[in-house]
Design a protein around this ligand. Structure first.
Ligand SMILES: Cc1ncc(C[n+]2csc(CCOP(=O)(O)OP(=O)(O)O)c2C)c(N)n1
Ligand SMILES: [Mg+2]
Length: 275
């Protein structure tokens, strides 16, 4: 059998989303960012919303996300993506606006922005990539003024060579659970992308979040518990294993809040009338 006999439409099991550009990413082998980029491209393409979707990219390893997914993007200063997304979404209520943020960006430097945007019920999707460290800058837990709150107790990082210490560094913060408490959120979930099944579930969560944004239901929040093999100083395979053994017990995967399923009244800031 020749290749031309195999490459036929009826044999196609996968095609690369057209929204992914041809640019080779700068991500390290085993990094979760690339998988989540692919899922975003797939979901946006499948929903046919590429012309009206605007991403707000962070400071961190995903700072160049605009090079990889062919939609409109806006860059934000470190931690400020939810504030920038608020402005874009309010001025353009018919656009679908999402932020893409790391844990240093969202849970440390930008804690105020995300809490208030979610509490206001801004009609945005938040994609939160939690690899428990500052990946881009070399795998730090970070200096005290910018404590990476997601680093696990005992976790060895570039700045905690003996492991994160409770007395010195305090507890890690489950910011997603806090966000799930806020009335402005429609859907809050924690996912991962380390197995094909997990990838499928994460894709579903992202799609549901974009559907919520189109239906103007308030804030949808998708945390993706992620690996950083370079920052963790592990091979990609060992990083997945480390994540399963250490991250999942503290950051359990699954839905945290689904307002619609719970029958809760959706907080719809978009319905406010001008007076
Ligand atoms: C106000 C400010 N402080 C610090 C930095 C330096 N800095 C750049 S990326 C980064 C860490 C980003 O970590 P995270 O958001 O977790 O993303 P990751 O790279 O892990 O995906 C830091 C501290 C900066 N650019 N701006
Ligand atoms: Mg990080």
């Amino acid at each position: 059998m020749e290749v031309k006999d195999i490459i036929k439409d009826e044999n196609l099991v996968y095609s690369r989303p057209k929204l992914l550009t041809d640019k080779i990413t700068h991500y390290c082998p085993g990094c979760s960012h690339g998988v989540v980029h692919k899922l975003l491209a797939e979901v946006i393409e499948e929903m046919g919303i590429q012309e009206k979707t605007i991403g707000v990219s962070p400071v961190g390893c995903a700072v160049f996300a605009y090079n990889y997914i062919d939609i409109d993007w806006h860059e934000a200063a470190h931690g400020r993506a939810p504030a920038v997304a608020t402005g874009i979404s309010r001025v353009n209520p018919d656009k679908v606006v999402f932020t893409y943020q790391g844990d240093g960006d969202l849970a440390s430097i930008g804690t105020a922005e995300i809490m208030h945007a979610a509490n206001r019920g801004e009609n945005i999707v938040v994609v939160f990539i939690n690899n428990a460290i500052y990946g881009m800058t070399g795998g730090q837990m970070a200096p005290t003024t910018q404590m990476a709150p997601t680093t696990l107790l005992g976790q060895v990082t570039a700045t905690t060579p003996c492991g994160r210490d409770l007395a010195r560094n305090g507890y890690p913060l489950k910011i997603t659970e806090l966000i799930g408490q806020l009335p402005g959120t429609a859907y809050v979930t924690r996912q991962s992308v380390h197995t094909p099944a997990a990838v499928r579930k994460c894709r579903k969560a992202l799609k549901k979040s974009f559907e919520n944004a189109i239906a103007k239901k308030g804030t949808s929040f998708v945390e993706v518990v992620s690996t950083c093999s370079s920052g963790w100083r592990l091979s990609p395979v060992d990083a997945n294993k480390w994540m399963e053994e250490n991250m999942f017990p503290f950051y359990p995967v699954g839905d945290i809040k689904d307002a619609e399923k719970a029958g809760a009244e959706l907080f719809m800031q978009q319905n406010l009338k001008n007076c």
